[in-house]
Design a binder for this molecule. Structure first.
Ligand SMILES: O=C(O)C(=O)C[C@]1(C(=O)O)C=C[C@@H](O)C=C1
Length: 369
């Protein structure tokens, strides 16, 4: 039961909120004016680098550093990312190609990284995204590269070998799978459609709840949702975005076997990104197949105290048992200690290509698709 003093307190709190909203709005408008000024300065200098990943990473890290609660870092960085995204769209809207169709986790990664004020262009295959960015039809591309349960997306690694693009950023997304269907109940589901990786990531749940039901692999979870949206007895495994986009009811939520299921995505572009102080460098190394070679390759980093965050091997396709290594090194290629390690690796390797130095993902862990 509320009494009149409660109502007064409520009215007073709402008045304070209204006054703050007006100030926040005015400040956002002021910020947008300054972003336009930045654009004019860049234009006068003949520059077209309106999007600055290193600057965005710095702004977002400062948001987290300043945060005194009660909102968490992930929420505050998400809000600020949207403000920057809108400011950048005033300067020059970005075109971002991603692994579609609409409703994929990759689309969620695009919005996580760039905010919503971008022109997100769904493409059917990973190699198409590389081509679109190489040809200048898109400013950036976003592709999945690794999942914490299922391992690497080999197609992305293979495309990086011959591409002229640089890795400009990474996005880590907590991936939650949901069962989407018009069937109404689990008993009504006769077929489950999803990307093979998602079927694998929900294997135990499917065995327990939909035993004997046919599982069909398709090119993406967005595609699965698009297909089953027209059917009554099929279900798709996909994210929340697909449920919303295709108006598909969620029959069961969070059906992944591994609750910490995370996918890492790469942002691909044609520009190199300056250092921010918390960066990652990805390299591709081909080695001559000699005894002790891998050890010799990795020793310089250990000796320089440079952290190797990840190492993946892929058959090189040059000859049998010949491998390419994809190595992620903490730090930026412009840092002398990283450069030194790369020079040492290069002297041992048959071939070394820097795939990109880019800011570590900011705001990881926020709201899942
Ligand atoms: O600082 C810049 O270069 C800007 O263009 C401004 C701004 C921002 O809103 O903070 C906008 C977009 C860039 O990606 C980075 C920063």
């Amino acid at each position: 039961m509320s009494n009149s003093s409660d109502s007064d307190a409520l009215a007073g709190a709402r008045e304070r909120i209204d006054a703050l909203d007006a100030r926040i709005q005015a400040l956002i408008g002021e910020r947008a004016e300054i972003a336009l000024e930045v654009a004019r300065i860049k234009q006068a200098q003949g520059r077209s680098d309106f999007y600055r990943p290193e600057r965005e990473a710095e702004v977002l890290r400062r948001v987290a550093e300043r945060n005194a609660g009660p909102l968490d870092d992930a929420t505050l960085t998400r809000l600020m990312r949207e403000v920057m995204s809108a400011c950048l769209a005033l300067e020059s809207p970005l075109k971002v190609a991603y692994l579609g169709p609409e409703g994929t986790y990759t689309q969620a990664a695009v919005y996580r990284h760039f905010g919503h004020a971008v022109d997100a262009l769904p493409r059917a295959a990973i190699d198409e995204i590389f081509r679109e960015v190489e040809a200048g039809n898109a400013d950036f591309g976003v592709v999945p590269v690794e999942n914490s349960t299922e391992g690497v997306v080999s197609h992305t690694l293979d495309q990086l070998v011959g591409s002229s693009l640089s890795i400009c950023g990474e996005v880590a997304l907590a991936v939650h799978h949901h069962l989407l269907s018009n069937a109404g109940t689990l008993d009504g589901v006769r077929r489950v459609v999803a990307h093979a990786q998602s079927l694998a990531q929900c294997r135990k749940w499917l065995d327990a709840h939909l035993p004997g039901v046919v599982r069909e692999g398709v090119s993406s979870n967005g595609e699965a949702a698009r297909m089953v949206a027209r059917e009554d007895s099929a279900a798709a495994i996909a994210g929340r975005a697909a449920s919303e986009f295709y108006s598909l009811p969620m029959l069961a939520s969070n059906i992944e076997d591994e609750p910490n299921n995370t996918t890492r995505f790469l942002v691909l572009g044609r520009q190199s990104v300056p250092a921010t102080g918390a960066d990652m460098t990805s390299i591709l190394v081909a080695i001559r197949n000699r005894p002790g070679m891998l050890h010799r390759l990795l020793t310089p980093a250990a000796e320089a105290g440079v952290d190797l965050a990840r190492i993946e091997s892929r058959p090189s396709r040059r000859q049998a048992w010949d491998y390419n290594f994809f190595i992620d090194i903490e730090g930026h290629v412009d840092e002398p200690r990283v450069r030194q390690v790369l020079d040492a690796i290069e002297s041992e390797a048959a071939f070394l290509k820097v795939l990109g130095s880019y800011p570590r993902s900011v705001g990881f862990g926020a709201g899942s698709p």
